[in-house]
Design a binder for this molecule. Structure first.
Ligand SMILES: Cc1cc2nc3c(=O)[nH]c(=O)nc-3n(C[C@H](O)[C@H](O)[C@H](O)COP(=O)(O)OP(=O)(O)OC[C@H]3O[C@@H](n4cnc5c(N)ncnc54)[C@H](O)[C@@H]3O)c2cc1C
Length: 380
């Protein structure tokens, strides 16, 4: 779909990221996925390209500006490699950057942010707990004040990049039950009492790691409190907006990759004396897939435009996220069907995309939670 808001800068940025992904990621993505990790060099190369720099000041290695269209372009183009774990491995830090820049004490921010943005160090955001992820207001990890320190106890799970990250932004309860009473903390991986174990045997995102984090009397200076004590919930909710935009764009990139591969196969494969693409049933599948891709792309671009005007369209972001993942589920399934048995073999993009639909549909706000939030935001 044409994007009426596209500028020459957006085109040039897309071209830069696309050619990087085609040369430096796609040829190796399956190998990295099977190996369960990407080389650290990739973090640094993407850091040098400005991949992690949106909304980050130049003094911290950032681009010095934000642009929702460019954020979406970056997420879409890396997703086209077809192996979502690659984007997750490098992009996992993305959801911790804004809190570190805006809420961390200047000493912490000045010491760590540039290295994270340039891909030299890793960072993660830890909100989800073994007891649940959707109901953020019920999180149970505690941080109790002890003089000039806080003492953190509890655990987090499914934390992307958690096995390699040097730094963590953690949600913990400092007050009573409910959404007021939650605060954010900066925790360094070498703090005594902190430990981690990997989640293994996952359905997808193999190239990235997810960790369970354990906090056993982890003492951090009171200056590691990020933002106002007891009011971290608002910051967590605010942070979800760019994450959700990124996931909509990832779903779009995955759909485009699956669509492209299914068309290439439909042109090549012959059944009953003619290429698949000449069979009407297959042509209808292609039309259905294409319509959904167009709808998600147009919806996303409209949201990017609203965001670029300084708005925060929470209801639209929520609706677009579940609409994008439902569309992705449809496109991945139809693409797989067109590939037939060939699609069932590991190593091709469609097989991986099909397996990775659910992580996009659940992570960063599940389809159910997105519907609920959208309707509440609509004042109902
Ligand atoms: C690969 C991967 C990477 C992740 N990375 C991170 C990370 O880096 N940091 C982080 O903090 N978290 C991360 N997560 C966690 C993710 O955000 C949570 O999985 C998600 O928020 C859902 O939480 P849950 O899995 O605990 O499901 P639950 O909250 O237990 O919900 C289970 C199911 O019930 C549904 N449900 C819940 N409440 C309701 C309701 N009121 N009405 C109807 N349905 C409901 C949910 O939609 C879901 O389908 C990751 C998850 C995965 C799988």
């Amino acid at each position: 779909m044409k994007n009426p808001f596209e500028t020459d800068e957006h085109k040039a940025f897309r071209e830069t990221i696309r050619s990087f992904v085609e040369k430096e990621i796609t040829p190796f993505a399956h190998e990295w996925d099977e190996a369960g990790a990407v080389p650290w060099e990739l973090h640094e190369k993407l850091g040098a390209l400005g991949f992690f720099g949106f909304g980050i000041d130049e003094e911290y290695g950032g681009l010095g500006f934000d642009d929702p269209f460019m954020r979406a372009i970056a997420s879409e183009e890396i997703a086209k490699c077809g192996f979502g774990g690659v984007g997750a491995a490098v992009g996992g830090r993305g959801i911790s950057l804004d809190p570190i820049q805006k809420l961390a004490a200047p000493e912490i921010r000045d010491r760590v942010l540039k290295d994270i943005v340039l891909g030299k160090k890793g960072s993660s955001l830890g909100i989800t707990e073994p007891g649940g992820g959707s109901d953020v207001a019920s999180l149970k990890t505690t941080a109790k004040r002890d003089g000039n320190h806080f003492v953190i106890n509890g655990s987090k799970t499914f934390i992307t990049g958690g096995m390699e990250s040097d730094y963590f932004v953690i949600g913990a309860r400092t007050g009573g039950p409910g959404l007021t009473g939650i605060s954010l903390f900066f925790v360094e991986a070498d703090t005594p009492g902190f430990s981690r174990t990997p989640l293994s045997k996952k359905m997808g995102w193999w190239a990235s790691n997810q960790a369970t984090l354990y906090f056993d009397d982890v003492r951090v200076p009171a200056t590691n409190l990020m933002g106002q004590e007891d009011y971290g919930f608002i910051a967590i909710m605010h942070n979800f907006n760019n994450e959700r935009l990124g996931l909509i764009a990832v779903a779009l990139g995955m759909m485009k990759a699956a669509y492209e591969d299914s068309i290439a196969w439909a042109k090549e494969r012959e059944t009953f004396g003619k290429p698949l693409i000449k069979h009407q049933v297959i042509r209808h599948k292609i039309a259905d897939m294409s319509a959904r891709i167009d709808a998600v792309e147009s919806y996303m671009n409209m949201i990017c435009w609203q965001m670029s005007q300084g708005e925060t369209p929470v209801a639209e972001l929520s609706k677009a996220k579940f609409f994008a993942t439902k569309s992705l589920e449809f496109v991945a399934s139809e693409a797989m069907q067109i590939l037939g048995g060939a699609g069932y073999l590991r190593g091709n993009r469609v097989e991986c995309i099909y397996r990775e639909v659910k992580v996009i549909a659940i992570g960063g706000g599940s389809e159910e939670i997105m519907r609920d939030l959208a309707v509440r935001q609509m004042g109902l």
